[in-house]
Each structure stands twice: as structure tokens, then as C-alpha cells.
Design a protein around this ligand. Structure first.
Ligand code: 1HE
Length: 269
């Protein structure tokens, strides 16, 4: 935990497979099962769900990372017992509920990726809004080799990042992408040197937390849905969302601030 982050209290502090802390408006949720490479057991999935449903009211951005040498080794294979079809569907739906809460919850979520980002770990990463990869990150979908299929939303989310053909190749052939290849393919938006992922993510999270809440809401909730709509429906939804955002007091104040030369310009960084 970074020194200036405060450990979470109350319900969030009881989630023993997560280490949760907060600095200002940024909440840091760390998968904390390093001995098992942060493999996603049922309990860990349920704790992620609980954490994202119960984020502190003053949190405005979240960062998810993994303790130890890997972000996440995917589904906890030791828990995969032969079950009936209904049981399998319900198990997958439990993951969907948790990861939907990540993608369509209250605050934008950044993932810091290092080491293995495989199977369900990549599904979790793909539910986040911004992915920062360290140089050691690598991506795999070993479901094909394990006799499985993705069940944590991967088939819906990963092709939206990298395309169906690339995902099919990963699943069929076991192809692994390294951090740079993942960046080129769209799996992450940033690659940073080893050990610098959290600092980069916290810097981006501070920026996100400073946006008008309605703009962040629109990006999280309207943008992916518009992308799923026909052009005509999407344009109409966009107009509604734009009108809602523009009419908020925060937007009005920000526009005034720019016109009165109190706000920053858009400059090359
Ligand atoms: C695990 C898991 C796991 C590690 N489930 N226990 N995911 C996979 O197929 C990936 C499987 N894991 C690996 O390939 C490797 O563990 C790693 C490349 C991620 C890391 O290697 P390494 O050498 O650092 O660790 P390790 O020695 O392999 O593992 C350390 C311990 O973690 C060991 O347990 P131990 O009791 O012997 O110490 C491993 O058994 C345990 N471990 N990964 C259970 N995944 C909703 S559908 C989603 C479908 C999927 O995600 S399929 C992909 C599953």
C-alpha cells in the first residue's frame, strides 16, 4: 500500500482477499492472493462485487491492481468442479454481475497490469475503463487449452478491445501477447516501465476524479452503449446525453472558467 493511502474501514476492511485503501477521491483495490497468483475464487469474485457495490461515497475513481508477481492467473482452477449446465450458467452469471459492477458502477476504474493477465484476469482487466501495463505484463487466454470457454464477459468485452480475429487466435492457438504487443492490439492504453504502473494509474485517476461527474458518467454508461447501437440510434442517444451533461452546473461553471481564462488550455504534453 502506498504510504499516503489510508486503509479502508467498515465493510471494505472485512474483505480479506482484497487490500483496499484510499487517498482523497482515489480508491485502490488490490487483489491480495499472491500465493495463488490472485486466481479468482468464488469468494474473491464475490468480494470484488461487494467492494464495487459499496465504494465510499467520496470515491471518484478506482485503481485495481494485483499483489505479488502477477496481476491475475484467472479462474481458480481448483474450484472448477463438474457441475450441471444450470450450475455452470449461474457461476458465469456471478462473474458477470461482479464485472458489470466494475464496468457500469459509480466510478471509472483503471487496471494496473503486470506479469500474467490471463483468462479471467484478462476478463477483469477488460471490464476496467483504462488499462496501464507494466513492461512485464503478458496476456493469454488458456481456456482453449484447458477445455473451457471464457465465462466472465470476455467474449463480449475482449473483442471490443482487440477484435474477434485476434481473440479467436489467442484462444485457438494459445498465442500470448507481451506488453508492447498488447498495447498495439488495444489490450492496454499505456505501457510503462516495470514498477511504475501504480504511479501512472494514480496520476491518471487524479485527473479522472477531477472531471465533472456527469462527463465521467456519460463516458462510462453512454459511450459503450452508443457503440452498440445503430448509427441513427447512437446519434440520438448522444444528443440526449450531451444535453444532460451540458445542463449541469458543473459544466456551466467550467465553460465560464475557460471563457474567463481561469481554466487550462489543451496543450501537447
Ligand atoms: C492457481 C492458478 C489458477 C496459479 N487456479 N491455482 N488460468 C490458467 O490457466 C493459468 C494457470 N496458472 C499459470 O499458468 C501459472 O500459475 C502462472 C503463469 C499464472 C504463474 O506461474 P508461477 O510459476 O508464478 O506460479 P505457479 O507455481 O504456477 O503457481 C503458484 C501457485 O498458484 C500454485 O499453487 P501451489 O499450492 O502449488 O503453491 C498454483 O497451483 C496456483 N495457481 N494459477 C488455481 N488459475 C470465468 S471463466 C475464466 C476461465 C479462465 O480463467 S481459464 C484460465 C485459468
Amino acid at each position: 500500500m502506498s504510504t499516503d493511502f489510508q486503509a479502508a474501514s467498515g465493510l471494505l476492511a472485512t474483505l480479506d482477499l482484497l487490500q483496499i485503501s484510499q487517498r482523497g477521491k482515489v480508491i485502490h483495490i488490490r487483489l491480495n492472493r499472491p500465493a495463488k497468483r490472485n486466481a479468482l475464487s468464488d469468494t474473491l469474485i464475490q468480494q470484488l462485487h461487494t467492494a464495487f457495490v459499496n465504494l465510499p461515497a467520496d470515491a471518484a475513481a478506482a485503481v485495481v491492481s494485483g499483489e505479488g508477481d502477477h496481476f491475475c492467473a484467472g479462474l481458480d482452477l481448483s474450484e472448477l468442479v463438474a457441475t450441471d449446465v444450470a450450475g455452470g450458467v449461474l457461476h458465469s452469471r456471478m462473474w458477470h454481475a461482479a464485472f458489470d459492477q466494475v464496468q457500469f458502477g459509480r466510478v471509472p476504474v483503471l487496471a494496473v497490469l503486470h506479469g500474467a493477465v490471463v483468462g479471467g484476469g484478462l476478463e477483469l482487466a477488460s471490464a476496467c475503463h483504462v488499462r496501464v501495463a507494466e513492461a512485464s505484463a503478458y496476456y493469454g487466454l488458456p481456456e482453449g487449452q484447458r477445455g473451457l470457454f471464457v465465462g466472465g464477459g470476455g467474449s463480449a468485452r475482449i473483442p471490443r478491445l482487440m477484435g474477434v480475429a485476434r481473440m479467436a487466435d489467442m484462444m485457438l492457438t494459445g498465442r500470448v501477447y507481451d506488453a508492447e504487443q498488447g498495447l498495439q492490439a488495444g489490450l492496454s492504453q499505456y505501457v510503462v516501465p516495470e514498477g511504475q504502473g501504480l504511479a501512472k494509474a494514480f496520476e491518471l485517476a487524479e485527473r479522472i476524479a477531477g472531471n465533472a461527474p456527469m462527463s465521467n458518467f456519460a463516458v462510462m454508461h453512454a459511450l459503450p452503449r452508443i457503440a452498440d447501437q445503430s448509427q441513427s440510434d447512437g446519434l440520438f442517444t448522444e444528443s440526449l446525453m450531451a444535453a444532460v451533461a451540458e445542463s449541469t452546473p458543473q459544466a456551466q461553471e467550467r465553460l465560464r472558467a475557460f471563457l474567463e481564462k481561469r481554466a487550462g488550455k489543451v496543450l501537447k504534453s
